[in-house]
Each structure stands twice: as C-alpha cells, then as structure tokens.
Ligand binder design. Sequence first.
Ligand SMILES: [Zn+2]
Ligand SMILES: [Zn+2]
Length: 294
Amino acid sequence: MGSPPFLCLTSFLPWLVLPFIRIERIFVEEDKWFMSVRLISLASGSSGNCYFVGTPEYGILIDAGIGSRTIKKRLKEYGIDMSRILAVLVTHDHYDHVKSVAVLGEVYHLPIYSTEKVHLGISFNKKVTEKLSPANMRVIENGVPFEIKEMKITSFPLPHDAKDNSGYVIEVGDKTLTIATDLGNATSELRAYIANSDYLILESNYDEDMLTNGSYPEVLKRRILGSNGHLSNADAAQLLSESATDKLKQVCLCHLSKENNHPNLAVETVSSQLKTKTKVVALPRNEAYCLDLI
Ligand SMILES: [Zn+2]
Ligand SMILES: [Zn+2]
C-alpha cells in the first residue's frame, strides 16, 4: 500500500523549497557585500600612496608606495587582514607608488597588475631594491576591462613623466569609483569617466602661487607645472566644474604636496567652482581615511 498523498507532498516540499531559499540567501549575501564596500586611503602624497577597495572579507590595493608593515598595520585598524588582499593595481613606476610592490608580490604572493611599460619601469627603478619575479606580474592593457571577483576594473592612460601611467575605473555593485593621480593635464577620456563616477580620487597636488613663490629648484617647479607633471588645485577645480555630474557623491583630493599646498586651500579651491552637490575632502598624507561606497 502506498503513502497517502499528503505525506508524499510533505516529504517532497523541502526539496522543492530549499533551492529557492538558497538562491535568495546568495543574493542577500551579495547585496550585503556590495553594501559594505569601502575605500580606505592608507597614505596619499609624495611620500607614499596606497588605497584599499573592498570589504573586511577581501579587497584590492591600488599602489603600494609605503612600507608593507604600515599597510598591514593600517588595514588591521579596520579589521582587514593581509591574507584578505587579492591583488595590487599599480598606476606608475615612481617610488612613491611602488615602494613595497616587490615585497607584496614575493612575500605575500600577491599578483601585481600594471601595464608592461610600468612593470619594466619598476624593474629598472634603482630605488626599488627588491625585485618582482615574472610569476607575480600581471600585464594589463589600458582600455581592456578585467575582473577580480565582483570588481570590474578598467585602466586608462594618464599623462605623466613616468614610463607609463594608468588611472583606474572600478565598478562594484552599482557604484563606480575612478582613481586619477599624478597627471599633468586632464584628458577627454578622464573627463568621460568622471562624468560617470559615483566616487572619485583626483590629484590636487599644489597651489600655483605657493609652488612658484616657494623654495623648490626652478627645474623641479617646471617639471611639476608641465603638461606631464602634476595637477594643481586650480586644474582639479576646473576639471570638476566641467566634468562632474550630480551622480558624483564625493571627490577625495589626493597627492597633496606638503610644501606647496594645504588641505583647506585645496578643498576650498575645488568646492568654490563645483556646480554639483558633491562632497569634497582632502586625503591625509600619513594616516588612514575611510569612506563607505554606499
Ligand atoms: Zn606620486
Ligand atoms: Zn609620479
């Protein structure tokens, strides 16, 4: 004699319902992951640059221009263990961006992403004494998107007097973060990326009066002011007044010069020209700053 129809249904019910519960849970967990994505600036300026994007579960670094111990310590303050870092994206081969790239590659076994020219530049950079082995190099091409877990990343060229220099657009969930540092002038490509960004890290290196009247040697002043040098407060202000849209929630001004700039001056110069309600902050040189990408 077979089971009554009621018993048959109840014994099948969990198997019918379970997959839907599991699928729903996965979506909720992914949503939570996207909701808790953070940008943490670990250091910003000519003495070292390093940014983290991710959650306490995992994330990536952009540049590694400070010591690996400092990176580890500052991440730990936000509950992030080094074992959670999946990769390092490098903008260019200047020492304030690559100081600990080899240590992160060789000791922490992290893949280091940059263009071929930047990898070559790092190899020939005499200040970088430890070298990165080819096994830990990942060669990217500007304009060709790639993915690291939930993050879709696209690099694009920026004019600077390094072997090569890339900005990065990181799309995670429905948010877009653009990073553009160490650039002599703004390209039309950068303008288009800014117009589509929710968050932006943008160089605001110097105040023109402070630089021209300051103590730097003339050669260095010309280098910084040149079209392959750095972006001034006024340059950043003009670029944002022309390119920022209401989508842009916050801009973090980065790579501020210690001698030729002041955080308040940079923020005021940029804010005074903005036509949007974008929040403007200046990233500290030697301490962490955290922003939730909500
Ligand atoms: Zn730099
Ligand atoms: Zn540079």
